[in-house]
Design a protein around this ligand. Structure first.
Ligand code: FES
Ligand code: FES
Length: 161
């Protein structure tokens, strides 16, 4: 199959990659560009470990073709840190012990980042927070510490540094 040129931004930088049009976004991010923070878990759109943000919306990168992201802006977990400073949700995860093995963590961080941006300052209910991560499976934490971290950021306890 003839390769196609994909031009897009990842974590603020422009990339041009020749890919088979059937290549998944998860594969391009990890294997072509080396952003291995994005995890491949189920690869059947169930676990959320591969979640990245595309134009601000959280997307399971095993569920979209990379070529669909032509001219778009993709953020992976590596892009959350700015100038060596962790983002508010990253710091809240650290402070609240919101991870154990860490495999789900990049996907959780990306889903919660998109959720917090959508809120535009509104403080969500616990139910809404839980709904926001229902596409992300964690086999270790029991979710409560993750919910606490998202709530703390939504309450304004963590600011951009
Ligand atoms: S690897 Fe994409 S949802 Fe599980
Ligand atoms: S911390 Fe292990 S799967 Fe979530």
């Amino acid at each position: 199959m003839e390769k196609q040129l994909l031009r897009f931004k990842v974590n603020g930088d422009e990339y041009e990659v020749y890919i088979n049009p059937k290549t998944l976004l998860a594969e391009v991010i990890r294997d072509h560009l080396g952003f291995t923070g994005t995890k491949r878990g189920c690869e059947t759109v169930s676990c959320g470990a591969c979640t990245v943000n595309v134009n601000g919306f959280s997307v399971k990168s095993c569920s979209v073709l990379a070529i669909q992201c032509q001219d778009m802006d993709v953020t992976t977990v590596e892009g959350l840190e700015k100038n060596g400073k962790l983002s508010p949700i990253q710091r809240a995860f650290l402070d609240n012990g919101s991870y154990q093995c860490g495999f789900c963590t990049p996907g959780m961080l990306m889903s919660s980042t998109a959720f917090l941006e959508e809120l535009k300052g509104e403080v969500p209910t616990e139910e809404k927070i839980r709904e926001s991560i229902e596409g992300n499976v964690c086999r270790c934490t029991g979710y409560n510490s993750i919910v606490r971290a998202i709530d703390a950021v939504a309450q304004g306890k963590y600011k951009e540094e």
